[in-house]
Design a protein. Sequence first.
Length: 314
Amino acid sequence: MNRILITGGAGFLGSHLCDALLERGADVVCVDNFFSGYKDNIRHLFSHSYFELIRHDIIHPLFLEVDKIYNLACPASPLYYQNNAIKTVKTSVMGTINMLGMAKRIKARILLASTSEVYGNPAVHPQKESYWGNVNPVGVRSCYDEGKRVAETLMMDYHRQNNVDTRIVRIFNTYGPRMAINDGRVVSNFIVQALRGEPVTVYGDGTQTRSFCYVSDLIDAFILTMDKEGFTQPVNLGNPAESTILELAEKIITLTKSSSKIIRKPLPSDDPVRRCPDISLAKEKLGWQPKIGLEEGLLKTIAYFREKLDIKKR
Ligand code: NAD
Ligand code: UDP
């Protein structure tokens, strides 16, 4: 039996990973402290014989016997991770040490959900894995960025020093159903605002770019990375189709047929100007590239929020 632990399993990405692994016949243990995740994301799994839920905070040690660990626990939205910045650092550092300690003890393979934020405000475009990044170590985003950078360091040191079988995925902005309504990230914010007919809040002049990946594409890549033998180097996972935040706002208003107007709000500090993954390594090593385009992915996500908000189709 393939016994798999998913930390952060009640979150946006974690809950989709629980689904995908159960569909593949795995025995899944989901660990979550419900800081930014919700039982609603996994409620449909409660009666599944191979699904277990443990309420636990990974900054405390955990003793389980599994074959693989997907370490996803960490709030991903700036709103949530800045809400308790010190806790965010603890989750990335102490949480990753605890999961690596467990992986070492039970000889489990472990994957870290790292982030494009390790590149900070990148001076190189698009970003390749070999780029060391441009991160402000003392800014409001550093609890997340530097936390993940230390988590990557820990992964590599446990690999070099203790032979732990590690995987590191650097995730670029991913969206889809089960993002929380109040999550604060751009796709969920814009869709919820457009569906409610409220102003769509573009921060700054909206010329900053992001590259948006649909959740099912990312989950496929997670599993391919975990199952690839000897693949310890960090790998970028994301959709290289880059768009400005203003273009995203306009697209979402069109797709929702909303009457919402765009308004400007101040740009948060250290907001990266451009972000786009170079995914040649994932293509070469995993034979992976995203299949779902932005419009198709947004339509699926809009349908989800429409139902969640109970808003009738216009
Ligand atoms: P999310 O906030 O929806 O999920 C994170 C989950 O981790 C939540 O269920 C939360 O309750 C749980 N959690 C947080 N701290 C914990 C702790 N100390 N102990 C136990 N559980 C804890 O975010 P997400 O989008 O699903 O992101 C999942 C992972 O992927 C995170 O590590 C995030 O940094 C990474 N990531 C996501 C994106 C993205 O675009 N979605 C981009 C880059 C990296
Ligand atoms: N953003 C925005 N309006 C919002 C939320 C976010 O204009 O209501 C911008 C934000 O300033 C950033 C981009 O959208 O430039 C992506 O923000 P998000 O928080 O989703 O992710 P991250 O900045 O971590 O990539």
